[in-house]
Unconditional design. Sequence first.
Length: 321
Amino acid sequence: MAQLIDTYGRVHDYLRVSLTERCNLRCHYCMPESGIPLLPKKDLCTYEELLSIIDRYCKLGVRKVRITGGEPLVRKDAHKIFLALGERPVELALTTNGLLVDRFLETFEACGLKNVNVSLDTLQPERFHRITRRQGLETVLQNIRQLVDDGYRVKLNMVVMRNVNDDELVDFAELTRKMPVTVRFIEFMPFDGNRWDSDKMLPAEHIRNVIAEKHPLLRDIDNPNDTTRHYRIPGFPGRIGIISSMSEPFCGSCNRIRLLANGVIKNCLYSENETDLLTPLRNGEDIEPLIRQSILEKNKQHAGMNELSEKPGRSMTTIGG
Ligand code: SAM
Ligand code: SF4
C-alpha cells in the first residue's frame, strides 16, 4: 500500500485532527484572554468533508487518528464524528480539557475509543481559574476518575511553567501512586499570543531533578515514535512522562500530520508552511498529490526554524497540540 514517507524516510501514519478552533477554557499559555478570531462556519470542514479527508489519509496508511481542538467536545456534531471514526480501521485517541467528558461516555464506548489525554495544569481550584480563566477543576477531576474507573488509558498533560505551577511537580507525580495514569510534564512552548518567555520554560532535566529529589525515577519503555520519555516510581501503578519539545527535540521519529478545522494541513507543529485541502476538495479536485507534496516538503527538525523561541504564526488552539 502507498505510504506517506518524507525525504528523511519517516513514515507518516498518525493524523491529528482539530475538530474546532473553539474552546470553553482560555488557558493563558494557549490563547489570549479575548480568545482568537474565529473563522466563519463556511470556511470550516463539514462533517462530510472532514470524513472524506480522513478517509483519504487512511487509504495512504494512516493508522492512528487523534481528535483534538480547540476543545473538540464543544463541536456540535462531535458525537457523530466519533461514531463514524469508530467504523474506520484506525486506533482512535482524544485530547481534551476534560470538562465535557461525562456527556460523551456512551459515545466513547460505542466508538471503541481507548486512549484519552486530559489537560490538567494544577490541582488547586484558584490556580485552575487563574490559568484557564474559567472554573471547573472539580468537574475535570471527577471526569478523570470516571475515565480511569471505566478502564480508559488515561494520560494527564501538565504544561510546566516557572512560578505558575512548578511547585506542583511532586503533587502531580504523586497522582501515579493512586491511579494507573501516565502523568506527562510538557515543556512550555512559544505560540502566537501566549506570552511565552524563556524564563517561564522549565527544561526536562529540571523537571526530572525536582521529582527525583523526592522519589527514585526508573526509566521506563517508550513506544516507537513516542514524543515522551517515560519513567516510573517503584511500586506506583502509574507512569511519568516528560515531553521535551524545546530542550531535547524528538523530530527524528516524527510520524505526525496535523489537519486543522478549516481543512488546512500542517506537516509540523512549528510549520509556517500550510496546505489547503478544503478548497480543492470542494472544487472536486484530487487532494492526494497535495497530501504527498506536503509530506515531501517536511523539514528535518522544528520546521527548519533556527531559534526555538521563534513563534509559529498561530495559537496552539487552532493547531491542536
Ligand atoms: N483543548 C484540548 C486540551 O486542552 O487538551 C485540546 C487542544 S490543546 C491545544 C492540546 C494540548 O496542547 C494540551 O495538552 C495543551 O496543554 C497543550 N498546549 C497548549 N499550549 C501549549 C504551549 N504553549 N506549550 C505546550 N503545550 C501546550
Ligand atoms: Fe482550550 Fe486546550 Fe487551549 Fe486550554 S489548552 S485554551 S483547553 S484548547
